[in-house]
Design a protein around this ligand. Structure first.
Ligand SMILES: NC(=O)c1ccc[n+]([C@@H]2O[C@H](COP(=O)([O-])OP(=O)(O)OC[C@H]3O[C@@H](n4cnc5c(N)ncnc54)[C@H](OP(=O)(O)O)[C@@H]3O)[C@@H](O)[C@H]2O)c1
Length: 283
């Protein structure tokens, strides 16, 4: 018996990276899945992949920065599967790495619209379904910066601090509603977000140790995905307001020990390929 048998889940930004791994894990545990991202071809591909693995899945392109598209996603889930039990606001993006004045207001706004407004629209759509029936799990993805300021990643980090605070407040407002409302922190995960990004010219040196950090602390998306199963399962029934963290000091320590052994034994480093593109600052 799966931990999510009979449940219907919507995961935003679920065509690759952590979102896809969460979708795969949910399907393995018996959930019916609604896949989405901005790219229709990627949605179709992910749905096919889940169905081929024996899962029940349907998908709709949805840019979370547009409220009507998020509402359409919720309607699509109900039309296809009759209900929604789990809503995971996972979709997120970042600006180029660098000082705040070096990227455009347009790029800043993209982060705000996706990471902040997307979570707000998703939370609204989910709670409209969950509150009348006094059940459901709403899970919002935080990330670097949710605990405090992160210079050179200001737009992204501030957006995650907003998500953290917003989700905590929601959980308190609806503490007696029967709905579980959680923040989820995946730790450092090797995905496109980590391996393909822009850096403002002249700031590349600040990321000199980044490949080593990724090698030592970065984990596969399957790791947070298994924690996301726990978050959505009956293990969290009756709970709300939790920060569900998939970072583990044991894993971090194990990564460091492995790195020391590698250095002592002079083995070659298996660093994931990191594609850092230098871009000029905006004037
Ligand atoms: N990787 C990490 O180490 C890490 C650490 C902490 C937190 N996180 C958070 O975890 C989440 C997933 O990250 P990831 O590393 O898996 O990123 P990723 O590999 O870049 O995948 C992001 C997913 O979101 C979709 N997406 C982006 N913007 C969207 C939008 N406006 N509307 C709908 N879908 C959108 C992407 O598809 P399309 O481009 O086709 O839309 C893709 O499916 C993000 O919220 C990120 O901030 C990641």
């Amino acid at each position: 018996m799966g931990k999510l048998d009979g449940k219907v889940a919507v995961v935003t930004g679920s065509t690759r990276g952590i979102g896809l791994a969460i979708a795969e894990a949910y399907v393995r545990e018996g959930a019916e899945l609604v896949i989405s991202s901005r790219t229709q071809g990627a949605v179709d591909e992910a749905v096919k992949h889940l169905r081929e693995a024996g899962g029940k899945a349907a998908g709709l392109a949805c840019d979370v920065s547009h409220q009507e598209q998020v509402q359409a996603l919720a309607d699509f889930a109900v039309q296809n599967f009759g209900k929604v039990d789990i809503w995971f606001n996972n979709a997120g993006l970042e600006t180029a790495y660098g000082p705040t004045m070096s990227y455009s207001a347009e790029d800043f706004n993209k982060v705000v619209q996706t990471n902040i407004m997307g979570v707000y629209y998703g939370s609204r759509a989910a709670l409209q379904l969950f509150l009348p029936r006094h059940s459901g799990k709403l899970i919002n993805m935080v990330g670097k910066g949710y605990k405090g300021p992160e210079p050179y990643q200001n737009a992204y980090a501030s957006s995650k601090a907003w998500v953290f605070s917003f989700t905590k407040a929601l959980a308190r407002e609806y503490a007696d509603s029967g709905v579980g409302i959680f923040n989820f922190s995946p730790g450092l995960v090797v995905t496109d977000m980590l391996t393909h990004f822009d850096v403002i010219e002249g700031h590349e040196h600040r990321l000199r140790v980044f490949p080593t950090v990724v090698r030592v602390l970065g984990r596969k998306p399957e790791y947070p995905a298994s924690r996301a199963v726990w978050a959505a399962s009956s293990a969290t029934d009756g709970k709300t307001g939790l920060l569900i963290n998939s970072f583990s000091y044991h894993m971090a320590l194990a990564g460091m020990v492995k790195e020391v052994i590698r250095l002592i034994t002079r083995q070659p480093a298996e660093t994931p390929e990191i594609h850092m593109r230098s871009v000029p600052p905006v004037k």
